[in-house]
Ligand binder design. Structure first.
Ligand SMILES: Nc1nc2c(c(=O)[nH]1)N[C@H]1C(S)=C(S)[C@@H](COP(=O)(O)O)O[C@H]1N2
Ligand SMILES: [Mo]
Length: 352
């Protein structure tokens, strides 16, 4: 790539700020900070000294506070984790759905450093009755159907919250988190869609019941039916997925050798195989996979060198298979809010 010419974020909205990563040009395992996508429901919170204290509450009665400096003094874990917005690729549903029209770039990944949430909680706080842990961000705003200003607030089941890799993170790519990505600390929930990774974390509450709230039981639910709310299911684990980075959609290629390449990821196990098809899925060829080292969660890069000898139009498809046996479907699972799109990745090219 010419060093002087650089990609940009792709703007979806400015207030609140929602911008895509230029994912087709990201070759690194760690997305540079300025290319990390930005997804916000509300204006950025204005932070003050109190935001450096994390409140831990048990029900309504007991509270204690942990300061950032205490977090920094605790043993830390560093993990390469992708964040993918549940609405990534929403623009590709052929029966259109409302919401940010994300293409492929509502995903980025890098190294998160923080303290496992479980190490911040005391045994006494996790009595037999505890059922979920609720996380509240410092940002708030208006949400249709709700009164006043609502905070961004979500819960995790105890099992996920207490997983050793669920972090209260304060660094990204070895630098302090920036305000846009949750300064001073945010939750990082590997393997789940990124709505779970609450930014500007202010309050953690251990509760004895199931949490309900607009970002838990209205949004981030799969609604399979167009006209009613029946059979709704919460959005949790990342689907198996892949994106063709190059060649770009509708590009014109010279005849000859070209490299088809992209990324693949999953929230359940590891990527086992990525397959590429040039005949609309009748036959598939295995792509070469890069190693993701020791990282359990990170996406992998894949590539396939192929010959385009005849002039004409081609459709290139990619599909990933994970170690839990999941394969990207040919047709996406349509749902009213447009979450979890993971149909085979498609690119059209013309050879001249
Ligand atoms: N407090 C707070 N946390 C939040 C959000 C938000 O609006 N407020 N958005 C969530 C969603 S939907 C996504 S996809 C990720 C985006 O994180 P990023 O902006 O760092 O990429 O943050 C999640 N955490
Ligand atoms: Mo999201």
């Amino acid at each position: 790539m010419n060093k002087k010419v650089k990609p940009y974020l792709i703007t979806r909205s400015l207030q609140p700020e929602n911008q895509e990563s230029p994912i087709h040009f990201i070759k690194n395992m760690e997305t540079p900070l300025h290319y990390f996508y930005r997804r916000n429901h509300f204006p950025y919170p204005v932070l003050n000294q109190y935001n450096y204290w994390l409140q831990v509450a048990v029900g309504q009665s007991k509270k204690r506070y942990i300061h950032l400096s205490e977090l920094l003094a605790m043993p830390a874990t560093t993990l390469t984790v992708p964040l993918e917005c549940a609405g990534n690729k929403r623009a590709k549903f052929s029966t259109k759905v409302y919401g940010e029209q994300w293409e492929d770039g509502a995903i980025s990944q890098g190294e998160w450093t923080g303290v496992p949430l479980r190490n911040l909680l005391k045994d006494t706080e996790l009595t037999m009755e505890a059922q979920e842990i609720v996380f509240e961000g410092a940002d708030r705003g208006k949400k249709p159907g709700n009164e006043g200003l609502v905070p961004y607030k979500r819960s995790l089941p105890l099992e996920k919250a207490l997983h050793p890799d669920t972090l209260v993170a304060y660094k990204y790519n070895n630098k302090p988190l920036t305000v846009k990505h949750g300064h001073p600390f945010r939750l990082i929930v590997p393997n789940w869609y990124a709505m779970a990774s609450v930014k500007w974390l202010q309050k953690i509450e251990i509760i004895k019941h199931k949490f309900t709230g607009p970002f838990q039981t209205e949004d981030y639910m799969y609604y399979p039916n167009k006209n009613n709310n029946q059979e709704k299911v919460p959005v949790t684990t990342l689907n198996v997925n892949s994106t063709i980075q190059q060649p770009l959609n509708y590009s014109i290629l010279n005849s000859g050798t070209h490299k088809v390449e992209g990324i693949a990821w999953t929230g359940q196990g590891k990527i086992k195989e990525v397959q590429v098809s040039f005949d609309n899925g009748q036959t598939w060829t295995k792509a070469n996979l890069s190693s993701n080292g020791d990282s359990v969660y990170s996406w992998i890069h894949w590539s396939l060198v192929c010959e385009f000898n005849n002039k004409g139009e081609y459709t290139i498809l990619s599909r990933a298979v994970d170690s839990s046996g999941r394969v990207q479907p040919h047709t996406p699972f349509w749902n009213r809010k447009g979450y979890g799109f993971n149909a085979v990745s498609t690119v059209h090219v013309k050879v001249e």
